[in-house]
Design a protein around this ligand. Structure first.
Ligand SMILES: Nc1ncnc2c1ncn2[C@@H]1O[C@H](COP(=O)(O)OP(=O)(O)O)[C@@H](O)[C@H]1O
Ligand SMILES: [Mg+2]
Length: 98
């Protein structure tokens, strides 16, 4: 969410959603910001990869590690100049007694 805010100009739009998909909970974080170029996209989850003057490059690498620890996954779709959508998939807990 912070990345989304940092990628947008005033008037941008941040959409956050959560839905159930098969056995997963899917959290969506979508912005109308700068987007990520196809050259950068393969690197955004690398530790210390940042395009910001004051960035640490740790946000996404740590988020990815935490989500993986929970048997989840993060997907990203981005278009330069129009925005970025992150989808965090987490397995739902099995139903009680199942
Ligand atoms: N929503 C987004 N829109 C555009 N670029 C993004 C977005 N989220 C991440 N990025 C890119 O991925 C890089 C790594 O993000 P992150 O790991 O959070 O580190 P940091 O925010 O410190 O740069 C950012 O520097 C930026 O280039
Ligand atoms: Mg960040």
């Amino acid at each position: 969410m912070l990345n989304a805010l940092q990628a947008m100009q005033p008037g941008g739009r941040l959409d956050i959603g959560i839905t159930a998909e098969d056995k997963d909970a899917v959290i969506t974080i979508a912005d109308t910001g700068a987007g990520i170029s196809s050259q950068m996209l393969p690197h955004i989850f690398d530790p210390f990869f940042t395009t910001k003057n004051d960035g640490t490059g740790l946000g996404l690498s740590l988020s990815y590690a935490i989500v993986k620890e929970h048997q989840g996954d993060i997907e990203v779709e981005s278009e330069e100049g129009s925005g970025t959508t992150f989808r965090i998939k987490l397995p739902q807990a099995p139903e009680e007694g199942a």
